[in-house]
Design a protein around this ligand. Structure first.
Ligand code: ADP
Length: 442
């Protein structure tokens, strides 16, 4: 329906003119009859009654389902018209929102990932079909339940309690089947609402395990033939001697021996990495006497040092750490070993061990060759080389920092690397403060 509308000013002008005419009519009639005031009062009352009746009409229409507004008299015609337009706009908006909502629900229902909306109290507000299948939720009963009562795993409860650190995920077995591993992620939004995304990562985990097993098996299989080769190479080196016809083979055989030794180190490191990845979290945790461990590792490094390096230590002797001894030793040995390896003769190496309110720190600084900033983010990748030529001649395996990263992850620790080419590098490990253990008095 299109109802013609006049402007706001015109409508009100007309209304006032009509009112004045109406009152004048009653006033004149009253004057003629000698009851001017009474007549004016009757005129005003009738005018008021008209407005009351119109207001009632409006109220009734607003509450009804009727589309068309009542006709209305005077200014009320305009008011009804405005309400009619408002009502139409609202119903269009409602329709649009309804469409968006049903499209959103249809698309999230079709998602392969589970999605659960959780309110500020941790109660389930809504979830899609995939969430029902992955987390074993049932539509009718489980809406309104606390999510920790339904996704029962200590790791998830802890993760939810900390609201999930930015971008972090937690892996838990599905309650539906032991073979299904889920990756759960919390995304906060709106007014303390949270979206829980559940992804089935069983296949990915299986592939990772297959890759790990393959690398571990291949490395293991290579060990024996390599030992045989190294044995023969050593024998040949001894047999050749300094004089005689075979003398010219001394260099190549020596080089072969060095490369075979490097291959041996790569194999050992690959096996170590596979072991750390596979069984790291199952390894027993204990109070580790880190000061003693650091002293032993620094003494080892000094013993094998042929470059007159200056080692200095600053160790909090009373500070022990709750963790996995073997893994911690790998971390410290690799960092001290790298510092010694990449620092030229007579350079300085400082090893520190301390704590503050934010954590427990192990730090190795050297005055060595340093690393360009662009390489730093990639140093912990397997086989990453800053300089391939230098790398091969240094005899490194390119796996040390990958092992360090994995071992630190098992201790919720972080590795920070600061370095400047030709000046030196500082590798700092920060462990959570709650891992600190004071040494018990003997
Ligand atoms: P590698 O066995 O080659 O030392 P790592 O994984 O331990 O392997 O280190 C990766 C690379 O990081 C090294 O090849 C080296 O280029 C660089 N690097 C590590 N520690 C240092 C350091 N203290 N000073 C300079 N470069 C370093």
């Amino acid at each position: 329906m299109s109802i013609p509308s006049v402007g706001l000013g015109t409508a009100w002008r007309r209304e006032i003119v009509a009112l004045l005419l109406w009152l004048a009519l009653w006033g004149l009639t009253g004057l003629l009859l000698g009851y001017a005031l009474a007549a004016l009062l009757i005129g005003m009352s009738l005018y008021l009654a008209l407005h009351l009746a119109s207001a009632y009409q409006l109220h009734r229409w607003l509450r009804s389902d009727q589309r068309m507004p009542p006709e209305g008299l005077g200014i009320w015609q305009e008011i009804f018209l405005e309400f009619y337009r408002l009502k139409q706009r609202n119903s269009k908006r409602k329709k649009r929102l309804k469409n968006i909502l049903s499209e959103f629900q249809a698309s999230t229902a079709a998602l392969p990932d589970g999605a659960v909306v959780i309110d500020s109290q941790g109660r389930i507000v809504w979830f899609n079909q995939a969430a029902a299948a992955l987390l074993g939720l049932r539509s009718a009963q489980d809406v309104g339940q606390r999510v920790v009562n339904l996704v029962r795993h200590p790791r998830f409860a802890e993760y939810l309690a900390t609201h999930g650190a930015e971008g972090s995920e937690v892996e838990v077995p599905s309650s539906v089947s032991d073979d299904v591993i889920l990756s759960l992620r919390i995304i906060p939004y709106g007014n303390e609402q949270r979206l829980l995304i559940a992804r089935d990562i069983s296949h990915q985990k299986q592939l990772e395990a297959t890759r790990r097993d393959f690398v571990a098996n291949a490395s293991h299989e290579l060990r024996t033939p390599l030992t045989v080769l190294r044995g023969y190479l050593e024998m040949m080196e001894e047999e050749i001697g300094e004089t005689g016809a075979l003398r010219r083979w001394k260099g190549p055989i020596g080089e072969m021996g060095q490369q075979a030794a490097r291959m041996g180190r790569i194999i050992e490191n690959l096996l170590k990495l596979a072991r750390v990845e596979a069984e790291g979290l199952q390894q027993r945790q204990e109070v580790v006497d880190v000061p003693a461990m650091i002293r032993r590792l620094v003494a080892d490094a000094q013993r094998t040092d042929q470059k007159d390096l200056h080692f200095a230590t600053d160790i909090d002797e009373s500070l022990c750490l709750f963790g996995r001894s073997g893994e911690l030793e790998s971390v410290f040995a690799n960092l001290i070993g790298n510092a010694a390896q990449y620092t030229p003769a007579e350079g300085d190496i400082d090893v520190r061990w301390w704590r503050d309110d934010n954590g427990v720190y192990f730090e190795v600084s050297d005055s060595g060759i340093g690393i360009e900033a662009k390489h730093i983010p990639r140093l912990t990748e397997r086989f990453y080389r800053v300089d391939a030529g230098r790398h091969a001649s240094s005899g490194g395996t390119g796996l040390g920092l990958a092992i360090v990263k994995h071992c630190l992850e098992h201790h919720e620790a972080e590795l920070d690397i600061a370095s400047e080419p030709n000046t030196g590098s500082t590798f700092t490990c920060r462990f959570p403060a709650q891992r600190a253990q004071a040494r018990q008095a003997a």
